[in-house]
Write a protein that binds this ligand. Structure first.
Ligand SMILES: Nc1nc2c(ncn2[C@@H]2O[C@H](COP(=O)(O)OP(=O)(O)OP(=O)(O)O)[C@@H](O)[C@H]2O)c(=O)[nH]1
Length: 891
């Protein structure tokens, strides 16, 4: 301590020597300090080093350890003493404080400057924004005037780089504020931009510590926003933006923000109702943008849900399948059907038209397909004129009963040049061809009559080129002659009139010609264009002339066909031959039919095993207009159906299967329809209004079956329906009997017989089988049946007149008219009409009929009687009583 005092007192300098070099040559462990004093005095002070005391590095201690020598140097260092260090420390501290104070003052100064600049900037910004809002309002008003559909265009305007908001940001930077337009590649999403304010963007950076060095440049930002603060501002909207420059929240100018008010509604404003003033444009825009996005989302959602499908619709479809194909709920489909008035269960089938309506209602596309598409293309290509060659005409003979159609066909058959040869035209195959001496050929359809002709036509086979109308010269035009004319005309077939039985004594051909005039058939001899030939089938007179006329007509018609193509034609007849199986007679109309061809005929198909002509000879091919029998088809095709040669068996099978399916469907649909009206029909039958005669027709050939069907159907009466259950070819089997029994019908067997089992069954079940070999007997029989079932009718029968001479009023009885019978009789309980001056004034029943005081049953003309009416008393002298009764008249 004394040494320290000395040091303080003296004006000596302290100098440190390195250890180990003390002047007194002390040990290296101890350092020495030489003290210099005035007048050349000096003193060396020993300094001990305590090694366990670690000197604090870096920061000199504020005071010197009291445990050591005062003013002692730190051992091993040539630095300042602790005291010196402490002094320096103090001075430095003071200096720092002073600098900090100055700095704080400067910052404060700068803040004030910056704040005023910010206030200035904000004012400018406000002006800018107001101007922009004004422009925008004008733009919106202009937009609103446009059609509502320009929502798209407004959207485009938002996304457009020429948006007025963009230029506002970059074109007019505000001094003192760094404005950053978003880089072109980093445009904010539309929605985000939509809610951005229309003021310049403010540069944001991480907030530095308040004590950090303040920004040096004047262009540096004053807005030191934290991310949270920024988000907050964005949330509050543009009204608040730029209004509160931190750090001082209570900065005076910031509070006076007009934009802030614009986003809020105060109570006063709400009461006064000037809400529209308080709602900012930005808010309106945000609202619109929200709505637009909502709508967009909704549209996207519905678009995803409503997948438009292509729904393939066949001719019929079950509700279940329809729902599956639309991927819709069955319940929904049923509901839609119900709305349309169609009650259907899921398993029920609906037709394609109904299904189409449903599919369209569900917003899907309909693709109608038909199973019949399988038939597309089977008819082959159209023939070109150059490939066509002449073909023989096909003739059908029509006419009234017994005018000689069959006789004429037979007679014409003999005109064939080969007729005289053995085997001539012997076979009746439904059609035959005659070859004339000239070499010309004519094909005759062997089933005469317009019924068969029309039945064929109804099935789409118009095979006839020329119609020969047979009219007996002794009989003239008869009802069926007229019908035949109608049928021929309906088919646009030219007519040649054959005036037959010209050999007969009473024959008058001119009368026939005259009568034909009324059916618009004008023969050539009378100035018309209809050829007529007088013939005798019996005497075979003028048959050649008839044939000439046919050939002439054919020439006029210019009948041609291409023989060099796959054959097509019509089935004329089909039958089951005991030895040969199903046999179909066809008429080739186009191309040439050859052995080995694969044929689809009606719903049947097969490979042609053999071709047999009308002379029962096997032929290898059949050219156009040739009738021929085909062996090899699996079943019996319907008469009138078409046949066509197809390329392979698969195709044939496909078409045949489709057609058979269709036939079954039609049958099923027919039954359903019948069932549909069964209730009504039963009700009518029970009420005696309608009855039914059901028949099942079995015939030897399809043509006969057809003819019988047409005949019996024509017999249907308005009260009694005739239903043909089936018309087929072949023996009567047990299933036929069953069918007839189920429908309470009878079986018409035309040239066929029942099997023994079927006969037994029919006897047991009481099913009637009627055998015929003449069509007209069938017609007569069925007519009787129909008439037998027609309900008897009630008919009024006039009885007589009585004249009222005097009216008596009798107590408890009422008025009694003393009358005189002027005509007929009056019967007790009969119907009466009271006529006054010829006018019916009452109709009712007679309650009393008296002669003198006795009740009588009837009073005849010329007698007097007493009459009283049931429930009617207004009887006067001079009135006339008309008496009648109702009677039952059998149909
Ligand atoms: N005298 C005479 N009789 C004829 C002639 N042609 C037909 N007949 C007779 O007239 C009758 C009826 O002849 P069909 O050939 O059966 O007459 P159809 O028009 O075929 O009669 P349906 O088959 O019942 O429609 C027969 O008895 C024939 O013999 C003829 O030219 N002269």
């Amino acid at each position: 301590m004394s040494e320290g005092n000395d040091q303080d007192q003296g004006k000596g300098r302290l100098s440190l020597r390195p250890a180990g070099r003390s002047e007194v040559g002390h040990t290296v462990d101890a350092g020495s300090v030489r003290q210099s004093f005035s007048h050349g005095r000096s003193k060396v002070v020993q300094v001990e080093v305590r090694k366990n005391r670690k000197p604090v590095s870096g920061a000199p201690k504020a005071g010197v350890s009291g445990g050591r020598g005062a003013g002692g140097r730190q051992p091993g260092k040539r630095g300042l003493t602790d005291t010196e260090l402490a002094v320096r420390q103090r001075v430095l501290e003071e200096q720092r404080k002073e600098t900090a104070l100055k700095e704080a003052q400067r910052i404060e100064q700068e803040k004030i400057q910056i704040l005023s600049a910010a206030e200035e900037a904000r004012r400018r910004e406000d002006d800018e924004r107001r101007a922009a809002e004004e422009r925008e309002r004008e733009a919106i008003e202009a937009q609103q005037q446009e059609t509502s559909s320009d929502a798209e265009s407004s959207e485009a305007a938002v996304a457009s780089p020429s948006d007025e908001r963009g230029p506002v940001v970059s074109a007019q930077p505000i001094p003192g504020v760094v404005t950053l337009a978003p880089p072109p590649g980093r445009l904010r999403p539309l929605a985000e931009r939509a809610i951005m304010p229309t003021k310049p963007l403010v540069q944001t950076r991480p907030a530095p510590a308040p004590s950090a060095t303040p920004a040096s440049g004047a262009g540096e930002t004053l807005r030191l926003r934290t991310g949270r603060e920024g988000a907050e501002e964005e949330r509050r909207g543009p009204a608040r933006k730029g209004a509160t420059p931190p750090p001082k929240r209570n900065a005076g100018p910031a509070k006076k923000d007009t934009g802030r008010r614009s986003g809020r509604i105060d109570v006063q404003a709400a009461i006064e109702g000037d809400d529209d003033k308080t709602r900012s444009l930005a808010s309106v825009r945000r609202q619109r943008e929200r709505e637009r996005r909502q709508a967009e989302l909704e549209r996207l959602r519905t678009d995803q849900v409503r997948v438009v499908r292509d729904v393939v619709l066949p001719e019929t479809i079950t509700v279940q399948e329809l729902a599956n194909r639309m991927a819709a709920r069955q319940g929904e489909v049923i509901k839609s059907l119900m709305k349309m008035g169609v009650m259907a269960t899921v398993t029920q089938s609906i037709d394609a038209d109904t299904a189409q309506l449903i599919v369209e209602e569900f917003g899907h596309r309909v693709r109608r397909v038909s199973e019949s598409d399988v038939e597309i293309g089977i008819q082959g290509v159209e023939d070109i004129e150059d490939d066509m060659t002449s073909r023989p005409p096909v003739v059908t003979i029509m006419g009234h009963v017994d005018h000689g159609k069959t006789s004429l066909l037979d007679a014409l058959r003999t005109t064939d040049i080969a007729a005289g040869e053995a085997g001539g035209i012997t076979q009746h195959i439904g059609a035959y061809q005659v070859k004339l001496a000239s070499g010309a050929k004519i094909t005759f359809i062997d089933t005469p009559g317009h019924e068969a002709f029309t039945a064929m036509r109804a099935r789409g086979a118009s095979v006839t080129d020329v119609v020969v109308l047979v009219v007996a010269a002794d009989d003239g035009v008869m009802p069926q002659t007229a019908e035949a004319i109608k049928h021929a005309k309906a088919a646009n077939a030219p007519i040649i009139v054959a005036i037959n039985k010209i050999d007969k004594p009473g024959a008058n051909a001119d009368r026939v010609r005259q009568e034909l005039l009324s059916y618009e058939l004008v023969v050539e001899s009378m100035g018309g264009d209809v050829q007529d030939v007088e013939v005798s089938a019996l005497k075979r007179t003028n048959l050649d002339k008839l044939e000439e006329a046919i050939l002439l007509q054919a020439e006029i018609l210019d009948l041609k066909a291409n023989p060099e193509r796959a054959a097509e034609g019509a089935v004329i007849e089909g039958r089951l031959d005991r030895g040969r199986g199903p046999v179909s007679t066809v008429l080739v109309q186009k191309g040439t039919l050859r052995k080995g061809d694969i044929v689809v005929a009606g719903a049947e198909w097969g490979r042609v095993r053999a071709l047999v002509d009308d002379r029962n000879r096997q032929v290898s091919d059949a050219p156009p207009s040739m009738p021929v029998e085909i062996l090899g088809i699996a079943g019996v095709p319907e008469a009138g159906s078409s046949f066509v040669v197809v390329e392979n068996e698969n195709r044939a099978r496909e078409i045949s299967e489709f057609r058979q399916r269709k036939i079954k469907e039609h049958a099923a649909a027919g039954k359903t329809a019948a069932r549909g009206t069964l209730d009504q029909m039963l009700a009518r039958i029970q009420a005696g209004a309608q009855k039914e005669v059901a028949v099942l027709i079995k015939a030897d050939v399809q043509g006969s079956a057809e003819a019988i069907k047409l005949t019996v159907e024509k017999l249907a009466h308005e009260e009694v329906a005739v239903r043909v259950l089936n018309d087929t070819v072949g023996q009567i089997t047990e299933s036929d009997v069953q069918l007839a029994k189920a429908s309470d019908g009878l079986i018409i067997a035309f040239n066929v017989r029942a099997t023994s089992q079927a006969r037994e069954m029919a006897q047991r079940d009481g099913v009637e089988i009627r055998y015929y070999s003449i069509i007209y007997q069938v017609a007569d029989d069925i007519e009787q049946l129909v008439k037998g079932k027609v309900a008897p009718k009630h008919r009024e029968k006039f009885l007589g007149y009585a004249e009222i001479r005097q009216v008596f009023n009798i107590t408890k009885v009422g008025k009694v008219a003393g009358s005189y019978i002027t005509e007929g009789v009056v019967k007790r309980g009969c119907g009466v009409r009271l006529l006054r001056d010829g006018v019916v004034i009452h109709e009712g029943d007679l309650s009393q009929l008296k002669r003198f005081k006795d009740d009588v049953k009837e009073v005849a003309r010329g007698y007097e009687c007493g009459l009283s009416f049931a429930g009617y008393n207004d009887l006067r002298e001079g009135d006339v009583v008309e008496c009648f009764e109702m009677e039952l008249v059998p149909a």
